[in-house]
Design a protein around this ligand. Structure first.
Ligand SMILES: Cc1ncc(COP(=O)(O)O)c(C=O)c1O
Length: 414
């Protein structure tokens, strides 16, 4: 039997098993959610008044969120308690409100709403499909820049931002990026914060969704973007976002936005036009839950890592075993976050995803990691190993490897 026949046979074997596997979206596993079950009973009729005397049943409490919650969550964005404002269920809603406001009224220091200036946003590729969807549907023109192992390709960013006043900002993931797992380096962070921009109100929207989502003990600290901006005298240039979606319950917790105190004043005024204040009951039960959790937020994230790491290890193990030294694909080996990014050597990503689907494995659609839904090289595949159990991750990765071999052989024979 030739190698090709063997791969064909393996593929048909997978197909005949009528599998139904899913590695499409970066969702936590039920075991991750189970860690936070006590949150459901953290608040009851005996403890609805906060330490500072706020009755969570009534309106007062403020647009920024409960002080106790700000003191707790500022650690997640690596900012001070006066440099964070809280939002409702998660981060996308906050990012959407901030970007919408920027379009209509501008950011702190803008002379007008960006909508009047045919605004463009730099996004990194491969990147997060919901960033693309949100910014594109709001009307931004998206300018794609490559995400490198050190962060956004800064040579490209510097060139673009200096010459085009319509580029109002960059929207990217600074830590354990979706999907590559790359973290911006200190040198790139400094270049980005200090970038010479044609737009006076150029803003860095840093979606720090995975800031505390380490897979390893003693992680290397990521660059502190707000501190770098403060040191550079451009404190208002950066806005950080995060949430508890992959800390407690996905889309069922607290959104976070970190920024300079000057920006806090600007954005709290903006946000108070649409709300008397974000959900205090949610914040308070997060405070009570995390306060009581052994080791607090860090302790909880370590428990998450214990569940997630074996899955990421399995991805590496199978890919190395099946594809190592074959020159068929390269892939990232993230130290945190929720994804692995794989690039096939041949332009066959869409065929791999199609073959996998026919064999009962749903992968993220090809092109999802690019702004207009098309991967110009047809090579990138996002792998999301967090939700399935480790045995399913193993099987899914064997199918991925088999489909890559098959699609590469198909491409060679045409
Ligand atoms: C980079 C990034 N940002 C934001 C989100 C969604 O965050 P939230 O649930 O806080 O809206 C995700 C989810 O996968 C993500 O990968």
């Amino acid at each position: 039997m030739t190698d090709h026949d063997a791969v064909q046979k393996q593929y048909q074997d997978f197909k005949s098993r009528n599998l139904s596997l899913n590695m499409e979206r970066g969702q936590p596993a039920d075991a991750n959610f189970d860690l936070s079950l006590p949150i459901l009973s953290a608040v009851d009729a005996s403890n609805y008044t906060t330490d500072n005397g706020v009755d969570i049943r009534n309106y007062p409490g403020g647009i920024l969120g409960l002080r106790e919650a700000r003191e707790l969550f500022c650690e997640q964005l690596n900012v001070g308690p006066d440099e964070i404002m809280l939002g409702n269920n998660a981060s996308l809603e906050m990012m959407s409100r901030f970007l919408t406001w920027a379009l209509l009224r501008g950011v702190n220091g803008s002379s007008q709403g960006w909508v009047n200036e045919s605004p463009k946003l730099i996004v990194t590729v491969p990147g997060y499909d919901r960033h693309f969807l949100l910014a594109r549907e709001l009307g931004f023109e998206l300018v794609a820049v490559k995400m490198t192992g050190n962060g956004p390709d800064m040579n490209e960013v510097e060139k673009l931002v200096a010459s085009d006043a319509a580029i109002k900002g960059i929207y990217f993931v600074p830590t354990y990026s979706n999907p590559t797992g790359d973290t911006i380096s200190q040198a790139y962070a400094e270049r980005l914060i200090n970038v010479k921009a044609a737009a006076g109100d150029f803003t860095i929207f840093a979606d720090d969704a995975y800031s505390v989502h380490h897979l390893q003990a003693n992680p290397t600290p990521a660059p502190n973007l707000l501190q770098i901006a403060k040191d550079a005298g451009v404190a208002n240039r950066v806005i950080l976002f995060g949430s508890t979606s992959k800390v407690t319950f996905a889309s069922g917790g607290v959104g976070l936005a970190g920024m300079s105190t000057d920006n806090i004043a600007y954005w709290s005024k903006a946000m108070s036009t649409g709300s008397i204040g974000p959900n205090k009951a949610e914040q308070w039960r997060h405070v009570l839950f995390l306060r009581n959790y052994p080791g607090g937020l860090t302790g909880l994230m370590q428990e998450h890592a214990k569940i997630l790491k074996p899955k990421f290890d399995k991805v590496q193990e199978v890919l190395n075993r099946e594809l190592g030294n074959h020159n068929l694909a390269t892939w990232t080996d993230p130290k945190g976050g929720y994804f692995v990014s794989l690039d096939t050597v041949q332009p066959i990503a869409s065929r791999v995803v199609e073959l996998a689907k026919d064999a009962g494995l749903a992968l993220t659609p090809t092109g999802a990691t690019f702004p207009n839904g098309t991967d110009p090289e047809n090579r990138n595949i996002r792998l999301a190993p967090t939700r399935p159990p480790v045995e399913e991750v193993e099987l899914a990765m064997e199918i991925v490897a088999c489909c890559i071999k098959l699609a590469t052989a198909e491409a060679a024979s045409t």
